[in-house]
Design a protein around this ligand. Sequence first.
Ligand code: NDP
Ligand code: GDR
Length: 347
Amino acid sequence: MDKRKTALITGITGQDGAYLAQLLLEKGYQVYGTYRRTSSVNFWRIEELGIQSHPHLSLVEYDLTDLGSSIRLLQNTAPDEIYNLAAQSFVGVSFEQPVTTAEITGVGPVNLLEAIRIVNPKIRFYQASTSEMFGKVQAVPQKEDTPFYPRSPYGVAKLYAHWMTVNYRESYGIFGSSGILFNHESPLRGREFVTRKITDSVAKIHLGQLDVLELGNLDAKRDWGYAKEYVEGMWRILQADHPDTYVLATNRTETVRDFVSMAFKAIDVALEWSGAADQEIGTCKKTGKVLVRVNPKFYRPAEVELLIGDPAKAHKELGWKPETTLEQLCQMMVEADLRRNRAGFSF
Ligand code: NDP
Ligand code: GDR
């Protein structure tokens, strides 16, 4: 029998790390997943997927910002493939903590690239790049050769890591690939991100646990896909013959406001919108009750107004294609949040 392939996933406690671990275990990999030392480590996602006790999953403590740990991690786990998903990934927080974001999200991946160069240059490396690197609109839809113009410390840090991945590919022949992924969501999304904040709040409003959902910029447009399908794309990117850069997206864009309406529709509530941008409200058409309100405290110092990606290259070269519609995704998230909130807990 062939030796089991070994994959190392940094950031297994996050949304994508959990889904990717599940996928690779299904494919027969030995998976090492890294988590950070904190006072209470949160394994709720891998628990919800039922993989936390899988015989081929090992959890390893690791911090991306430490070069020595990165070298030892690769020596101890001997991976064939590394999926670098660890990051300070919240755009809003990156304005408050730009230096920490630069250290983790920007320089962190270079520790892994250096460790690969030192320990085993044959290891394949996936870098979680992002549509936030496109930032201020330069072209529509955005694709692999669209110029970058990041609009947040997070986007700038990711752009550095992206170019370092390209640089290690060109300088040392390392199989370093970059997936420029547009927003992808799921019931496992963190509640600080807008879609999950919305679906969790809609569930709480439905159950009488919350009166009003407060949000920032409702006009921002995003290309939202389903995370489970995007981790399949990550795996395909590392199975290609050559290292490269690929956009993964749905090629459909909607406003935050549209997603809110969609989530309320999932509980049979039709919304009516009114008011100036910074005082806008969403009221229930039937009862007239205010259910959504803009609070400018959620605005960002600089905003990415419009993202829509062209995934044609990934489709052509990797056979990757998203199938789940935004309506299906939204419904799935609202249902999961109704279930959790009914049971009295929500992560
Ligand atoms: P999450 O925020 O859910 O997960 C991030 C993970 O990184 C968590 O496991 C977190 O651990 C870990 N982490 C943070 N800091 C460190 C550190 N210093 N050392 C080691 N681990 C650390 O992100 P997603 O799963 O949504 O995204 C995965 C990756 O893809 C991220 O890099 C993100 O920036 C990128 N991306 C995401 C997109 C999306 O729409 N989801 C789109 C494009 C790119 P802890 O639990 O301890 O905080
Ligand atoms: P984003 O996701 O910044 O695109 O980054 P987020 O869900 O945080 O914001 C999307 C848009 O919604 C607007 N918005 C709000 N956002 C949040 N979080 N909370 C609010 O109350 C709110 N109101 C309006 C935002 O201004 C923004 O325009 C995500 C992350 O996963 C990144 O790591 C990843 O790289 C990109 O997606 C692609």
